[in-house]
Design a binder for this molecule. Sequence first.
Ligand code: HEM
Ligand code: HEM
Length: 171
Amino acid sequence: MNRTAVLAVACTAAIAGGSGVALAWSRWFFDPIDELAIVNSPAEPVLLAIHVLAVPVLVFVLGVIAASHAVPRLRKRRGERSRLGLVLIGLLAPLILSGPATQVVEDESARRLIGYVHGGTGILWLLALTVHACSPRLSRWIRSRRDRSLPAPDRPPADGPTTPCPSAPPT
Ligand code: HEM
Ligand code: HEM
């Protein structure tokens, strides 16, 4: 995955996801400002506007990433894979469908439930994305720390294998 793609996923997920998490905070943990209010905090309309404007961009970026990164990876590597990529793909449908569903369901308790499903799926998806994107770097870092702590003869060479190349002339 190139830098532009990583940056596009990181920025759109941060804006759409950050506003989503803040919305969850406002909707689930605060009471309405007064008995006539339809919002729970003065920031809610702004958060909602950011969320609703940012999510189409996130969904577009995810479509591009699915075609250029996820599908080729799934085709290539059979057997040993981290599975978090699969979790990211699997959560997309409930996440993307439940958002707009909160706007069309009229029954208040059903709307509330769908809101919890949407927010919960969104938070899980953000956590999975963070671990998925960081884990290759993390395992590289752990491997390099472990190799550094080995005694010198056991340490793998920094610049490739030590076995002589079969085509090399005898010394
Ligand atoms: C990335 C993680 C996401 C999180 C954490 C998140 C979180 C939330 C939360 C907490 C709400 C308020 C739910 C309620 O009323 O109880 C919401 C509303 C909504 N979300 Fe998301 N969301 C995320 C991604 C998405 C995506 C990918 C879409 C794409 C369709 C989306 C579309 C919507 C829509 C349309 C609403 C309804 C706004 C309204 O009430 O008018 N969200 N989101
Ligand atoms: C900043 C964003 C991302 C980075 C840096 C990243 C990086 C990676 C890497 C390094 C692998 C190979 C894992 C391995 O060798 O064990 C991988 C696999 C995969 N990624 Fe991503 N990825 C990102 C975002 C995404 C997103 C947004 C999706 C899906 C919506 C996704 C879906 C997958 C899938 C399906 C696989 C193959 C299965 C697996 O190894 O889990 N990735 N990704």
